[in-house]
Design a protein around this ligand. Structure first.
Ligand code: HEC
Ligand code: HEC
Length: 472
């Protein structure tokens, strides 16, 4: 071992020792994602086209379900486009105070809805309606979005929450500038659109691609369709219980559910008034065509949404089924499908029938979708990237030095203060960039140690800082 290297090693050990002592003094802590940070994306582009187009089962790829698709020819799903959309969807930079992302109100485990009755916006205000589930949004023939269908296309819709004064409260000029200034967005835009420019049109297109790729088609019901046909699913082959089969009978028969939640994907056909209230003045919904009509939601994964209807008034499927059984209210715009002889349909289901209907609704849940990585949060904290620009470099050491001993400045481990352990994180990840993170955890180990010169200079700085601090 050369003398120079020996000196370097020794200094490094000393730094580590200081840092470890400092760390030990502060006790054990866990690594935590700070946001907004940088995304960690898989090396091979995530294959949205395969998942949402090529691999679709026949009953989604053709026939009644496919005919209700609203993808415009000008914005087909591409892998790079949807990948960019995923990063945007989970990025808190999309809100005014960088504290909220789309996923704050659209959570994957809840079918991208929000269990809260009303969602909390960037300044703590509440949304006017309940957050909607997003799966199978590509399958709604008129292509309109929101409970009252005020967005004519998904491309229009996705830019609206960003600018909404309650939801995310930012503006597109500010946002495009903020995204352009990051290390990683220009590359993602380049991959998706051929040049690195960040524009609101591209933000809209990529978010829409991501949302349209959220197709859910691996429920127990899909297995029954695959074993039979869209119109005569083979329930027995898919392992349905007798109770679930009875529920399917009610759904497609006396309950009339499939008359609005249509096709083998149980998607909505049009806005409808289902008689939630006799007086619809509290929320007139889609108007025209008639007061109190709301977009009919898809029922896939309804089980996990935990809040139901445009105002989130029901908190369980049991309550929803009770409503359809006994609660439909007469009003001038009540849909004909929920009327008998001019009066609201009251099925008066028995407890057994209600339980069967709920059991059937639960067979529409697709667990693999709810945890599919294609749709999960790509953000991780790159430990040591104190200025959050996607690269761990000398600038971060400068930030760490300024913040050393502070309670928030350069906190890589999320323990609320800047100390020796954060210095260690900087040192360990020196030279790492957000792109290296693509190879995920393995990348951290593979990153070369900083050069001897870099170590010497940082060691000097760090020792000086520790001395200053110990004297203070
Ligand atoms: C503060 C909570 C909140 C945030 C943040 C938020 N949403 Fe929503 N989202 C809602 C609510 C509430 C609704 C229903 C509002 C309505 O219909 O009036 C909704 C509706 C939607 C719909 C309509 C679904 C349908 O079937 O019609 C889409 C799509 C959507 N949001 C996507 C997004 C995207 C993309 C983002 C980020 C750019 C986002 N949302 C951010 C709360 C939020
Ligand atoms: C006339 C058309 C129609 C019929 C028939 C119908 N629904 Fe609905 N369904 C809707 C509409 C419209 C909504 C949203 C209403 C609102 O929020 O104001 C809805 C909402 C729901 C929801 C809540 C979904 C969510 O995400 O909030 C569930 C669950 C549901 N229906 C199940 C059923 C079942 C079960 C049946 C049969 C007993 C049924 N529906 C019959 C049109 C219909």
């Amino acid at each position: 071992m050369s003398f120079a290297r020996w000196t370097t090693m020794t200094r490094l050990r000393r730094i580590e020792l200081f840092a470890l002592i400092a760390a030990a003094l502060c006790g054990p802590r866990s690594l935590q994602a700070a946001s907004p940070g940088v995304p960690a994306l898989p090396t091979a582009t995530a294959d949205y086209v395969k998942y949402a187009i090529t691999d679709l089962p026949t009953h989604f790829a053709s026939g009644a379900v496919a005919s209700l698709k609203n993808t415009p020819p000008t914005n087909p799903i591409t892998n790079a486009g949807a990948t960019l959309g995923r990063v945007l969807f989970y990025d808190e930079r999309l809100s005014h105070s960088d504290g909220l992302s789309c996923s704050s109100c659209h959570k994957q485990e809840n079918d991208f809805s929000d269990p809260a009755t009303k969602s909390v916006g960037f300044e703590g205000g509440l949304t006017g309606r309940h957050s909607m589930g997003l799966s199978n949004g590509a399958y709604y023939a008129n292509g309109k979005f929101f409970w009252n269908q005020r967005a004519n296309t998904l491309e229009d819709q996705v830019l609206m929450p960003i600018q909404d004064p309650v939801e995310m409260g930012t503006n597109l000029t500010q946002l495009t500038a903020e995204l352009s200034a990051t290390t990683f967005y220009p590359t993602l835009f380049q991959n998706a659109f051929g040049t690195p420019e960040v524009t609101s049109d591209r933000i809209s297109k990529s978010l829409a691609q991501f949302v349209r790729s959220m197709v859910t088609y691996q429920s127990k019901f899909d297995a029954a369709v695959a074993a039979g046909s869209p119109t005569t699913p083979n329930y027995a082959a898919a392992g349905y219980t007798q109770q679930e089969i009875d529920g399917a009978g009610l759904f497609h028969g006396a309950g009339r559910c499939n008359q609005c939640h249509v096709t083998a994907a149980q998607i909505g056909d049009a806005p409808r008034n289902i008689g939630l209230d006799a007086d619809n003045s509290a929320d007139i919904g889609v108007n025209p065509p008639g007061v109190g009509q709301f977009k009919t939601p898809s029922l896939r994964n309804a089980e996990v949404r935990d809040g139901y209807m445009h105002d989130g008034r029901f908190t369980s499927l049991e309550q929803v089924v009770e409503f359809y059984s006994t609660g439909i209210q007469n009003n001038p715009n009540l849909d004909a499908r929920l009327k008998v002889g001019g009066q609201p349909l009251h099925l008066n289901l028995t407890a057994t029938q209600k339980a069967a209907l709920v059991a059937f609704l639960k067979t529409l849940t697709d667990q693999s979708f709810l945890s599919n990585e294609l749709f999960s949060d790509p953000f991780v904290q790159l430990a040591g990237d104190f200025d959050n620009n996607g690269a761990v470099d000398g600038n971060d050491l400068a930030v760490w030095k300024t913040a050393f001993g502070s309670t928030n400045g350069a906190d890589a481990d999320g323990d609320g203060d800047s100390d020796g352990q954060d210095y260690l994180a900087w040192q360990r990840n020196f030279g790492l960039t957000w792109e290296d993170m693509a190879t995920s955890v393995a990348a951290a180990a593979a990153v070369p140690e900083p050069s001897a010169a870099a170590i010497l200079s940082m060691a000097g700085v760090a020792l000086a800082t520790f001395h200053r601090r110990r004297r203070a």
